[in-house]
Design a binder for this molecule. Structure first.
Ligand SMILES: Cc1cc2nc3c(=O)[nH]c(=O)nc-3n(C[C@H](O)[C@H](O)[C@H](O)COP(=O)(O)OP(=O)(O)OC[C@H]3O[C@@H](n4cnc5c(N)ncnc54)[C@H](O)[C@@H]3O)c2cc1C
Length: 284
């Protein structure tokens, strides 16, 4: 039987010292919604579990004038219901609301969802579209990494084994930005077959910035740059929606798996793009 030593630091310094001491032999436990399953199924090894839930400094939300910074122990549910997030980062509240069920959202943390880097996870997609800044700590010091540089592939990130993700700085969106998160799952609360975060900004009628990030189909959150190129500098109308959806379909290279055929997924990406942009056209 695998023996695991359970450690419960009360400060970030204690946690990073434990990670430095045990290196690749230790795993961080936050809300435990993925890790406990992975430990049970022996999908992750490690002789030490560093439970960060007693570190009070990580369970806080700091609102600034142009960003909101979320500690690593802030749960999906707390963040989803935060007034400033609902008002100025509505795409985040929308995305978090699609995760699992209320029990998962009450224990799981946004930082944990980001660090876990599950290709089918929702947090990496919305974090990438918002280009949040990740705050990483180790005994060597602190550093920040933009979400756009954080993901390498399947469960693979910039995070070193002796580093703790302590916080996530989320930029507030301009009040008149349009944003939405679309996830298509076989059943409500299931992992998505395809997900798409969309953020649009405009000047009068012309689109000045467009960020579309696709999740679940690629191995890591992937910006749909060809769709951005199609949209920026243009006025949103039905013809543009159609062209953008076509571009999105052409951009993806899905493969057949248990979630569906490549052809089905291509169609889904086009549909998610068209639905989001049609909503922007009607409601923005
Ligand atoms: C039934 C069920 C349904 C789910 N449905 C969805 C869904 O629809 N969409 C979705 O996105 N997810 C879903 N999840 C997964 C869940 O959202 C996340 O994986 C989980 O909540 C991650 O946060 P956590 O705090 O629980 O992390 P944990 O499970 O504690 O940790 C997950 C991983 O991240 C690492 N980690 C966590 N925090 C840190 C940190 N601060 N610094 C460094 N590393 C860290 C851990 O070492 C571990 O490898 C589901 C899970 C379950 C059990």
């Amino acid at each position: 039987m695998q023996q695991i030593e359970y450690l419960r630091p009360e400060t970030v310094e204690e946690a990073t010292e434990m990670l430095a001491e045990h290196g690749g032999n230790a795993v961080v436990l936050a809300g435990g919604q993925s890790l406990t399953q992975m430990l049970k199924q022996r999908l992750v090894g490690g002789e030490y579990v560093v439970d960060i839930s007693a570190i009070d400094a990580l369970d806080r939300i700091d609102a600034g004038s142009d960003s909101v910074t979320v500690g690593a122990m802030v749960t999906y549910r707390t963040l989803q219901n935060h007034d400033l997030v609902r008002e100025r980062v509505p795409v985040l509240a929308e995305a978090l609301g699609t995760i699992g069920d209320v029990q998962i959202r009450s224990k799981g943390t946004f930082a944990g969802g980001i660090a876990h880097a599950d290709p089918q996870g929702d947090p990496p997609v919305v974090a990438s579209a918002l280009d949040v800044t990740l705050q990483l700590s180790s005994t060597e010091g602190e550093r920040t990494v933009p979400a756009s540089d954080f993901y390498y592939g399947l469960f693979d990130t910039e995070l070193e084994s002796d580093e703790l993700l302590t916080g996530v700085e989320i930029p507030l969106l301009p009040p008149d930005a349009y944003s939405t998160y679309r996830a298509h799952a076989p059943r409500k609360g299931d992992y998505a077959t395809a997900s798409l975060a969309v953020i649009l900004e405009r000047d009068e009628v012309t689109i000045t910035d467009a960020r579309l990030v696709l999740g679940s189909i690629p191995e890591k959150p992937t910006p749909l740059d060809a769709v951005t190129d199609e949209l920026v500098g243009e006025e949103l109308d039905e013809a543009l929606v159609e062209r953008a959806a076509e571009r999105a379909r052409e951009t993806v290279t899905p493969y057949d798996d248990y979630m569906g055929s490549a052809e089905y997924k291509e169609t889904l990406v086009g549909r998610l793009t068209a639905d989001a942009l049609t909503d922007a056209l009607e409601s923005w």
